[in-house]
Design a protein around this ligand. Structure first.
Ligand code: NAD
Ligand code: UDP
Length: 315
């Protein structure tokens, strides 16, 4: 039986993950309203979608109320790179908290399911490894990363209170490091930094000694997980970890990118930023069981696709 066309709101839809999500939702025959204030997002990311009559772009800041009529809401609007979210930390907390309140209010009026793009930063600099959803985290509440970490934690609180108090259909997803095409070249995150540096023949800047770890998920896998979560049973609220459990040190990532780009760039060390988590890897047992989801694109293949994207962009 053919499914009815849904009208879906994606906040942060001109950003890295949001643009892939909009594209996929359109391909599945839905109508998409993309809301973005272009703080870190880019028109370039959505240019290929603009000719689709079922795609609509609204320039809007989610810190202010929004009145639209939709069937589902994905809330991705928020700067995600440490450089960008620390640029105006007060605004970062407002985006997470006021943004959540505005969108939860919208979801309540519409009785629509709403998915929150939460983050592995909820776990802070974790003392439990790998991280499972029942770990409460180890977060500095007053440091330079707190605007993001605590903002996202407060957003989770709001989501669960709207669920308990008002029976709203919520879906909370904790996204671990994700990479792929459409990342901003000056985003400041490690994969985009290293690829751009390698392609331009600049030194690759490792912060600290490079022994800290992250686990990188390719964006197509992430989008698949987000959609599966939205389409899951109403009773499945999460929080659910989405990410690739394959863990690498930052030094290994730098070496791999130099190898794949064939670059002659050198690796240099820079000071480690305060509160930079020492290690991070998702336990995705819950997502595997409840969503029948796990990443399919391995790190090297994802890097090759991302390098190709940046090569074309820089040209
Ligand atoms: P991104 O910076 O590329 O995208 C965020 C988008 O939100 C941008 O288009 C930006 O312009 C928009 N935005 C920011 N503030 C806004 C506001 N006030 N009103 C409207 N739009 C606004 O980041 P991303 O990597 O695509 O991340 C998307 C979401 O996923 C974010 O909520 C982020 O916290 C979460 N997340 C991402 C990762 C990752 O590794 N990429 C990891 C954990 C969580
Ligand atoms: N990092 C690095 N060099 C860079 C950018 C980042 O060594 O040019 C490190 C950073 O200190 C952190 C890891 O790479 O340990 C991941 O950083 P990113 O900003 O991508 O995301 P995070 O997981 O810290 O939010």
């Amino acid at each position: 039986m053919k499914q009815e066309r849904k009208r879906i709101l994606v906040t942060g839809g001109a950003g890295f993950i949001g643009s892939h999500l909009c594209s996929r939702l359109l391909k599945e025959g839905n109508e998409v309203i993309c809301v973005d204030n272009f703080f870190t997002g880019s028109k370039r990311n959505i240019v290929p979608l603009l000719s689709n009559p079922y795609f609509e772009m609204l320039r809007h800041d989610i810190c202010f109320p929004l009145y639209v009529e939709v069937d589902e809401i994905y809330n991705l609007a928020c700067p995600a790179s440490p450089v960008h979210y620390q640029h105006d930390p007060i605004q970062t907390t407002k985006i997470s908290v006021h943004g959540a309140i505005n969108l939860l209010g919208l979801a309540k009026r519409l009785q629509a399911p709403i998915l929150q793009a939460s983050t592995s930063e909820i776990y802070g600099d974790p003392q439990v490894h790998p991280q499972r959803e029942d770990y409460w985290g180890h977060v500095n509440p007053i440091g330079p990363r707190s605007c993001y970490d605590e903002g996202k934690r407060c957003a989770e609180t709001l989501f669960f209170d709207y669920h308990r108090q008002l029976n709203l259909k919520i879906k909370v997803v904790r996204i671990f490091n994700t990479f792929g095409p459409n990342m901003h070249p000056n985003d400041g995150r490690v994969v985009s930094n290293f690829i751009v540096q390698a392609l331009q023949g600049d030194d690759l800047t490792i912060y600290g000694d490079g022994t800290q770890t992250r686990s990188f998920c390719y964006v197509d896998d992430m989008v698949e997980g987000l959609i599966r979560m939205m389409n899951s049973e109403d009773s499945l609220t999460g929080p659910v970890n989405l990410g690739n459990p394959h863990e690498n040190s930052i030094l290994e990532i730098a070496e791999k990118i130099i190898q794949l780009t064939g670059s002659s760039s050198k690796i240099v060390q820079k000071p480690l930023p305060q509160d930079d988590p020492l290690r991070r890897r998702p336990d995705i047992t819950f997502a595997m069981k409840e969503l029948d989801w796990q990443p399919k694109v391995n790190f090297e293949e994802g890097l090759k696709r991302t390098i190709k994207y940046f090569k074309e962009l820089l040209r």
